[in-house]
Design a protein around this ligand. Structure first.
Ligand code: GLC
Length: 551
C-alpha cells in the first residue's frame, strides 16, 4: 500500500482537512495553511453531515471567557438548562489548580468527606480530558493551553523508577502543585508511575495529550500551539516510544496491566482494546498536526504504515459479532503455516459461556484483548467508544457497537451509565486475575463497576453514529442520581445501583463528563473536537480465511 498510490495533494490543506485525507497522501507535498479559520468551521459541518442529520444555525464556541463567568453553553440555550448544570460548573471550577497564577488543570476529586486523599488531590492527565473539553466547549481554552504546556515541560524531566530510567517520551500520570505560603512560590511534583500504586506506567497519558492538543487546535483554530517546535517534539517523543521496531509480530501495542484508566491488575496486559483505540486515535491526531519537515516526515511515514497495519489487525482480529463468534466456536487448532485460519491458536474451549447468550444476532464489539492463544471476550466501554470516535471501527462496526449497546442495555448501562467492562470476574478467576484485589471485587470499581465519566464518550459515540436518543436515555439516568449522590467516582452492583464501596465524592471527571455530554447534545457541532472521520481509502475488512495472501 505504502509507496504506491501516492497522489498529489491540494495545497490548501489544514489540520481539519487532513483528517479526511487518504493516509498515503500525507506522505506527499508539504501542507500550506491558507484560510485556516474557515476550514475549521467547514470541517465541523462536514463531520456533522455524515454522522447524523444536519443541524442548522450551528455557531462557534465563544472564546475568551473568564473562568468566573456563567457557563455559556447553558446561557445561550433557548430551553431551560437542567439545574445540575450550574452546580456542575461550580464544582468544576472549585477543582481548578493554579500554578503561579495560571490555571493548569483540575484536581481528580474535591471530596471533603474523607481524609483518605491518596493521590486524588493531583491533576491526572486522563482525568483532565473531560474537564478540558468542557472548558473548550464553553470558550475557555486558556486552562487547556496551560495544561498542555505544563505537561509538556514535565515530559522533559528525567524519569526513574528506582535505578531504571524511563523513556524520554513518557508523559506523567499526574502532577501536583505545591504551594509554599511563606516563600509564596509554587512547585510541581509529577508521577510517571514511580509513586503510583503498583508502579504502573501511564501509557494512555501521552495518547490523551496528543488527542487533547488536536481538540484544542480544532476548537480554537489556533495552529500556533501545535506548530511550536516544543509540541512537535513532544508528539514525536511520545510516538517514537510506540513506533520503535522490536520483536513484535503484531501492529498493536504490547502493554503491562494497569497502564490506563484501569490502573490496577485486571488481566488487561497484552494488547488491551483501550490502549489500541487510543493509540490509533493519537496516531491519526498526530498525523493531522505533524509538520513534514526534518524528522517530522519520517515520523509521518511511520505513522501511515502503522495505521494501515493497525486498522487491518483490529478490524479483523478484535471484532466479534454473531458470525465471528460462530467461526471461532468451530475453529480448528494447531494450524501451522500461512494458510492458518485460527492464526492465534485460540482454543474454542476458552470461549466463556456468557458470551454465547450475550451476543445478539445484530450487533458486535471489539473484544478486550487478542494475543497468542488468548482472546479476552470482555466488553470494554472506553475502547469501544474511542474506536467509534477515531473511526478505527468501520461505519458498519460503529453501528453494530451501538446496536449491541441498545440490545444489552440492562447489562451495559443498567441504572447508571456506564459499565467500565462486562461482565465482572468472580471467585477463582477474580483471585487469579486480580491477585485477590479487594477494591476490584465483582461488580465494583474496575471489575464491572459503573463509571459516570464514561457518559461523555458514550454521548460522543451516539452523536457520531446519529443516535443521540441513546445518549439522552443515559443522561436521564445520570440526572436522576448523580447530583443527589454528590457526583461519585463509580457505582457498584450488577445494575450500578449502589454508590461504589470506596468511591470518592465530587469526582471531577464525573462532573465534567456530565457537562460535556450535555453540551454535546445541545450543540452537536462540538463533536469535531473529539471525532475523526473515516479514512475512506483505508483497507476494508477482509474475511479471516482470505486475509493472509493479501497482507
Ligand atoms: C483511579 C482510576 C484512574 C483515575 C484515578 C484518578 O485510580 O482508576 O483511572 O485516573 O483514579 O481519578
Amino acid at each position: 500500500m505504502e509507496g504506491g498510490g501516492l497522489r498529489a495533494v491540494g495545497s490548501h490543506c489544514s489540520l481539519s482537512e487532513m483528517d479526511d485525507l487518504d493516509l498515503t497522501r500525507a506522505l506527499d507535498k508539504p501542507r500550506l495553511k491558507i484560510e485556516r479559520k474557515r476550514s475549521f468551521d467547514e470541517r465541523s459541518m462536514s463531520e456533522l453531515s455524515t454522522g447524523y442529520s444536519r443541524h442548522d444555525g450551528i455557531h462557534d464556541s465563544p472564546r475568551g471567557r473568564s473562568v468566573l463567568d456563567t457557563p455559556l453553553s447553558s446561557a445561550r440555550n433557548s430551553f431551560e438548562p437542567h439545574p445540575m448544570m450550574a452546580e456542575a460548573w461550580e464544582a468544576l471550577r472549585r477543582s481548578m489548580v493554579f500554578f503561579r497564577g495560571q490555571p493548569v488543570g483540575t484536581l481528580a476529586a474535591v471530596d471533603n468527606t474523607t481524609d483518605e486523599v491518596l493521590n486524588y488531590d493531583q491533576v491526572f492527565v486522563r482525568d483532565f480530558v473531560p474537564s478540558a473539553l468542557a472548558f473548550l466547549m464553553n470558550g475557555e481554552p486558556d486552562i487547556v493551553k496551560h495544561f498542555l504546556l505544563k505537561t509538556l515541560q514535565l515530559q522533559g524531566w528525567e524519569k526513574r523508577v528506582d535505578r531504571f530510567k524511563l523513556g524520554e517520551g513518557v508523559m506523567p500520570a499526574s502532577f501536583k502543585v505545591l504551594h509554599d505560603p511563606i516563600r509564596e512560590t509554587d512547585n510541581i511534583v509529577a508521577d510517571f508511575g514511580e509513586s503510583a500504586i503498583g508502579r504502573v506506567a501511564p501509557v494512555d497519558s501521552g495518547f490523551w495529550w496528543i488527542i487533547l492538543l488536536r481538540a484544542y487546535t480544532k476548537s480554537t483554530g489556533d495552529l500556533t500551539l501545535s506548530e511550536t517546535p516544543e509540541c512537535q517534539k513532544g508528539m514525536k517523543l511520545i510516538l517514537s516510544l510506540c513506533l520503535a521496531e522490536g520483536f513484535d509480530t503484531f501492529p498493536t501495542l504490547l502493554c503491562a496491566d494497569g497502564c490506563s484508566m484501569i490502573d490496577r491488575r485486571m488481566g488487561v496486559y497484552g494488547y488491551p482494546i483501550e490502549i489500541q483505540a487510543l493509540f490509533f486515535m493519537a496516531l491519526r491526531s498526530a498525523l493531522s498536526m505533524l509538520k513534514p519537515d526534518g524528522d517530522g516526515r519520517e515520523c509521518i511515514e511511520r505513522i501511515v504504515k502503522r495505521l494501515h497495519a493497525l486498522s487491518f489487525h483490529m478490524r479483523n482480529y478484535f471484532w466479534l459479532d454473531h458470525q465471528n463468534l460462530n467461526d471461532i466456536y468451530r475453529f480448528k487448532t494447531e494450524e501451522y503455516s500461512h494458510t492458518a485460519v485460527n492464526k492465534f491458536n485460540v482454543m474454542p474451549d476458552s470461549i466463556p459461556e456468557w458470551v454465547f447468550d450475550f451476543m445478539p444476532l445484530r450487533g458486535g464489539y471489539f473484544v478486550g484483548n487478542v494475543g497468542p492463544a488468548h482472546m479476552d471476550f470482555r466488553w470494554f466501554a472506553l475502547g469501544n467508544c474511542v474506536s467509534i470516535l477515531s473511526s478505527l471501527a468501520t461505519p458498519d462496526q460503529s453501528m453494530a457497537i451501538m446496536d449491541l449497546l441498545e440490545h444489552r442495555w440492562a447489562e451495559l448501562v443498567g441504572e447508571m451509565p456506564l459499565k467500565i467492562c462486562y461482565p465482572c470476574l468472580e471467585g477463582h478467576e477474580w483471585r487469579i486475575v486480580t491477585g485477590c484485589d479487594p477494591k476490584n471485587t465483582r461488580w465494583s470499581y474496575h471489575n464491572g463497576g459503573s463509571w459516570p465519566v464514561l457518559l461523555w464518550q458514550l454521548t460522543a459515540a451516539c452523536i457520531k453514529t446519529g443516535r443521540p436518543q441513546i445518549a439522552r436515555r443515559a443522561v436521564d439516568l445520570i440526572e436522576s442520581r448523580l447530583h443527589r449522590d454528590c457526583w461519585p467516582e463509580y457505582y457498584d452492583g450488577k445494575l450500578g445501583r449502589y454508590v461504589g464501596k470506596q468511591a470518592r465524592k465530587y469526582q471531577t471527571w464525573s462532573i465534567a463528563g456530565y457537562l460535556v455530554a450535555k453540551m454535546l447534545l445541545e450543540d452537536p457541532s462540538h463533536i469535531g473536537m473529539i471525532s475523526l472521520e473515516e479514512d475512506k481509502l483505508m483497507k476494508p475488512v477482509i474475511k479471516r480465511s482470505a486475509s493472509w495472501p493479501q497482507l
